[in-house]
Design a protein around this ligand. Structure first.
Ligand SMILES: Nc1ncnc2c1ncn2[C@@H]1O[C@H](COP(=O)(O)OP(=O)(O)OP(=O)(O)O)[C@@H](O)[C@H]1O
Length: 333
């Protein structure tokens, strides 16, 4: 169980998983397969991503995330399956498809002696952007990745997180409708991690379809509209965080600190969303399906019943427990 405390995590609001309107399908991959000798690295992987949607591939090291996205990006030949970008088949030889994709690898591909602006100018030229268009787009990209102020400094003076943000910027120059990020926060400090997550959330808000790989459960929960849990090359389960958590049948718990012995009031116990309620060591423990949704009514019912609430905590089952349930092992060994 994870303790979310009160309200959402800082800075990036959690994706609204209740009011989804279908949008254009940008990526569809079907039955992807890749073997290296006897090793089946990716086995029958299928999923889709719509415009404006962030899809997370969550799995431990060696699960097959990089191999999967390399096939989608068209930089690794697949042994089976197909990739469609906006309905058109895509592979290692498809130039059109590559223009639709911004691929940001784990390794940095930057020139350390050049500034951020000079790096972007170089890659803009590679993408065939004209001089005026490149200038305007570089300014836009620098704003998106929050590096406008440091644009003239040589990249070798940047922090690890700033370099990663610039790496993402390079992937955005040609305005791809699909952005693929391979563990973009690996090894960066918490502040840069926040900045990266905020940039990605903003891009999705502008309609970019994002494929995000990570072995950090918190990132997948915070950022992704839908998540595919991948292990040993196979997608074990897929859905919103809530759907995945629902698979293991755990409930959310709202814990109200009352500061003294307090029986569960009837007003609270009889709320339709309350599945179970009990009192324990100066706290009322209320089990519901969706704590964030139910919290206002639970609080109101307690207050109406005359309960003095001194503190509130929300405990949500997290994807770690889902992963454990599905694979029998921890996400991070
Ligand atoms: N070129 C290769 N030759 C042989 N085996 C490979 C090759 N590339 C990947 N593998 C193997 O395929 C499996 C999946 O690797 P992959 O890099 O896709 O996993 P991952 O989930 O991205 O892990 P990480 O987060 O460590 O990159 C691993 O067992 C890996 O050792």
């Amino acid at each position: 169980m994870g303790t979310a405390g009160l309200g959402p995590l800082p800075c990036v609001p959690p994706p609204d998983q209740t009011a989804r309107v279908p949008r254009a399908e940008i990526l569809k991959c079907q039955n992807l397969r890749k073997t290296f000798g006897d090793l089946v690295a990716v086995d029958d992987v299928s999923f889709t991503i719509e415009a404006g949607e962030t899809y997370g591939l969550l799995g431990p090291n060696g699960a097959g995330k990089t191999t999967t996205i390399s096939m989608i990006a068209g930089i690794l030949e697949r042994d089976g399956g197909q990739v469609l970008i906006s309905g058109r088949p895509h592979g290692t030889t498809s130039r059109w498809g590559k223009k639709q994709i911004g691929y940001v690898p784990q390794d940095l591909a930057l020139y350390p002696d050049l500034s951020a602006r000079e790096n972007l100018r170089f890659f803009a030229r590679l993408h065939g952007l004209g001089r005026a268009e490149a200038r305007a787009r570089i300014d836009e990209v620098l704003r998106m990745i929050g590096l406008t102020e440091r644009a003239k400094d040589p990249v070798k003076e940047y922090s690890g997180g700033m370099k990663r943000r610039l790496n993402i910027g390079v992937g955005l120059l040609h305005r791809p409708p699909l952005l693929i990020l391979d563990e973009p926060t690996a090894g960066v400090d918490p502040q840069s991690r926040n900045a990266i997550l905020e940039s990605v959330a903003a891009l999705a808000g502008e309609g970019v379809a994002v494929l995000y790989t990570t072995h950090y459960m918190e990132e997948a929960e915070r950022l992704c509209d839908r998540i595919g849990i991948i292990d040993l090359g196979r997608i074990r389960a897929e859905g919103t965080r809530r759907e995945l958590v629902g698979l293991v049948g755990e409930l959310d718990r709202i814990s109200l600190t009352t500061g003294g012995a307090q029986a569960v009031p009837k007003e609270l116990e009889t709320l339709p969303e309350v599945r179970k309620a009990g009192s324990h060591e100066g706290r009322l423990e209320v089990m519901v399906e969706d704590a964030r949704k139910s919290l206002p009514r639970v609080l109101a019912a307690a207050t109406d019943a005359g309960v003095v609430v001194r503190a509130v905590e929300v405990h949500e089952p997290n994807l770690e427990s889902v992963f454990l349930h599905l694979t029998g092992k921890a996400l991070r060994d």
